[in-house]
Design a protein around this ligand. Structure first.
Ligand SMILES: [Zn+2]
Length: 115
């Protein structure tokens, strides 16, 4: 199992369509808070890892988008929404509410077996 790509914690904010994930950095040292929010018809993902700074896609973004769609599975408008990745430091806030990490979330695809 690749423990470097585990979601460490997951949060939401009441009355918003948002999830915030605590994700380890690629080196395994330190972690990045990655927020994915549905804003004006687009999924905006913000975090401050080096890949985001140079506008490269990274697994943090993919994991956050997956988690957002998973948590709000009943919101079909998320399915085809454009994803925008921005370089932004996410800082913990009191209004965050910790939620359970869903079992089947995209970051663990290498562990899934087809029946
Ligand atoms: Zn990243």
């Amino acid at each position: 199992m690749d423990t470097k790509k585990e979601i460490q914690a997951m949060f939401t904010i009441d009355d918003e369509t948002i999830v915030i994930l605590a994700l380890p950095s690629s080196s395994g040292e330190g972690r990045y808070l990655t927020a994915a929010a549905f804003v004006k018809g687009k999924i905006v993902v913000g975090h401050d890892c080096p890949a985001a700074k140079v506008r490269k896609t990274c697994w943090h973004t993919a994991a956050a988008v997956n988690a957002l769609k998973n948590f709000y599975f009943y919101k079909s408008e998320l399915d085809d929404a454009e994803v925008i990745s921005i370089y932004r430091k996410v800082t913990m806030s009191e209004e965050w509410r910790q939620i359970q990490i869903p079992e089947k979330i995209g970051v663990r695809t290498h562990e899934q077996h087809t029946a």
